[in-house]
Design a protein around this ligand. Structure first.
Ligand code: XMP
Ligand code: MG
Length: 170
């Protein structure tokens, strides 16, 4: 079996804490747009957003890299947003920040499109892998450089439905 890295209860507790922080920071915001990056962020995003009181809209991006899945490459948009970004306060929700290339590209695009503000919420962070600086405003957990699966994260499209985060067995 795969070794558990973050247990279900620890995920639940941290997601609740992040939701409280976000709710507090956006309490007076009337045009919050929460954008998930498909597909990995979906499980985390649903759990997080269900705990927010602030009014919000939901949209999704899907990206792909021209490099391999774990090495940086040119980022392309596979599925664009449905909603306009101009004037919105955007909260971008990601499963994991690795090299930072994907997030940097998306953050720049959202600013270019005229978002009033852009903040990043990432469940996991692999700081030792970072190649390009991306500020994470709401961070769930910092982890070591191991390939992880579960709670949205996949290996070849498998394991997304695990209710915990595990280290993939080599
Ligand atoms: P960058 O390098 O642009 O990449 O920050 C972020 C994307 O890389 C994938 N990624 C992983 N996916 N387990 C996964 O299932 C991992 O340990 C992992 N590390 C990086 C992921 O698609 C993320 O959006
Ligand atoms: Mg993947």
């Amino acid at each position: 079996m795969h070794q558990t890295l973050i247990a279900r209860e620890d995920l639940e507790r941290r997601v609740t804490e992040l939701a409280a922080d976000i709710d507090r920071d956006y309490q007076d915001c009337e045009n919050l747009l929460c954008i998930g990056v498909l597909k990995g962020s979906v499980f985390f995003m649903v759990d997080l957003l269900k705990q927010l009181q602030v009014p919000l809209a939901v949209d999704f991006f899907q990206t792909a890299s021209y490099g391999s899945d774990t090495e940086p490459g040119e980022v392309r948009i596979r599925k664009d947003l449905d909603l306009a970004v101009r004037g919105k306060h955007v909260l971008l929700i990601e499963d994991i920040v690795d090299t930072g290339f994907t997030l940097r590209t998306i953050l720049d695009l959202l600013k270019f499109r005229g978002a009033a503000s852009v903040k990043l919420c990432a469940l996991l962070d692999k700081p030792s892998r970072r190649q390009i600086d991306v500020p994470i405003d709401y961070r769930g957990f910092a982890i070591e450089d191991k390939f992880v699966i579960g709670y949205g994260l996949d290996y070849d499209e498998r394991y997304r439905n695990l209710p915990y985060i595990a280290v993939l067995e080599e």
